[in-house]
Design a protein around this ligand. Structure first.
Ligand SMILES: C[S@@+](CC[C@H](N)C(=O)[O-])C[C@H]1O[C@@H](n2cnc3c(N)ncnc32)[C@H](O)[C@@H]1O
Length: 230
C-alpha cells in the first residue's frame, strides 16, 4: 500500500473538484441514475480530507469516511463534522461497522501496489456490503502518465505492466504522487473472484459545458469508473 506522508495529505487537502480531476466525479450521479442504484448508507473508502464526501453526500442517506491516514480523517472531521470516520485496519476481513448499501472509492485503488492487497481490500468491501449493494471505484487510467492533461501530468517513465508504479504531478497543488497502474478488467476480475457481479464501466471525456481548461481530456479519458454489485 502506498501511503501519503502528512505533508502530502496537507497539500492534497487543498485540491478542489476542478481541472482534469473534475472528470473523476462529474458523472457519478448520472451513472447511478442510469443504473437505478440508490447509495442509501454509503462508505467513502479512502476519503482523504473529505473532498469526495462533499461530492456524494447529497446522493446518500448517510456517508461514513474511512482512510489509512489519521491526519486525513482529522481533516474530514473538520470539513464534515456530521460524518463518522474510521481508520482502515488492513488486517481485518470486514470494516468495523454495520453493513453498507454502497461503497465509493475515489482515487484510492491507485495506492494499492499488489494484487494481494487489492484482493484483501475488495474482500473487506464485499464482506461489508449488504446483499445487492454496490461498489463504485474511480481510478486513473494509464493515460494520466502519458497524455497532455490540463492539471495532471505524468513525470518520468510511464508504466508498462500492471502493478508498475509511476509518478504524477498534480499541478493545482504542486504535488507529485505515486500511482500504480491497474486496468479496470483486472480489478473487475478480482471482484468477480469474490462473488461480485459486473454492472458498468464508464470512461468520461471532457465536454465544453464543463468549463474546465481541458486539453487531451476531450479525446482521452483520464479516469475509469467501475461499478460492481454484491
Ligand atoms: C488520492 S486520495 C483521494 C481522497 C478522496 N477520495 C478524494 O477523492 O479527494 C487517496 C486516499 O486514499 C487513502 N488510502 C490509501 N490506501 C487506503 C486504504 N487501503 N484504505 C483506506 N484509505 C486508503 C490515502 O491515505 C488517501 O487519503
Amino acid at each position: 500500500m502506498i501511503e501519503f506522508t502528512d505533508q502530502d495529505v496537507e497539500k492534497y487537502s487543498k485540491s478542489t473538484v476542478s481541472g482534469t480531476g473534475f472528470l473523476a466525479y462529474r458523472d457519478v450521479e448520472k451513472l447511478l441514475s442510469k443504473l437505478n442504484l440508490k447509495p442509501k448508507r454509503a462508505l467513502d473508502l479512502g476519503c482523504g480530507s473529505g473532498r469526495s464526501i462533499g461530492v456524494i453526500k447529497d446522493l446518500c442517506d448517510s456517508v461514513t469516511g474511512c482512510d489509512i491516514s489519521e491526519l486525513a480523517l482529522k481533516n474530514t472531521h473538520k470539513s464534515h463534522p456530521d460524518v463518522e470516520v474510521f481508520l482502515n485496519d488492513l488486517s481485518s476481513k470486514q470494516y468495523p461497522s454495520a453493513k453498507f448499501d454502497s461503497i465509493f472509492s475515489f482515487l484510492m485503488f491507485c495506492h494499492v501496489d499488489s494484487l494481494q492487497s487489492m484482493s484483501q481490500e475488495l474482500e473487506r468491501c464485499y464482506n461489508s456490503l449488504n446483499e445487492g449493494g454496490f461498489l463504485l471505484i474511480v481510478k486513473p487510467n494509464r493515460a494520466v502518465a502519458v497524455a497532455d492533461f490540463s492539471s495532471v501530468q505524468g513525470v518520468g517513465t510511464p508504466p508498462e505492466l500492471e502493478g508498475d508504479c509511476f509518478n504524477v504531478h498534480l499541478k493545482n497543488v504542486d504535488l507529485v504522487v505515486e500511482d500504480v497502474y491497474w486496468k479496470p478488467e483486472t480489478i473487475q476480475q478480482e471482484c468477480e473472484k469474490l462473488g461480485f457481479s459486473y454492472l458498468a464501466l464508464h470512461q468520461p471525456l471532457g465536454e465544453i459545458a464543463d468549463n474546465q481548461p481541458y486539453r487531451d481530456e476531450y479525446h482521452e479519458s483520464p479516469y475509469f469508473y467501475l461499478v460492481m454489485q454484491k
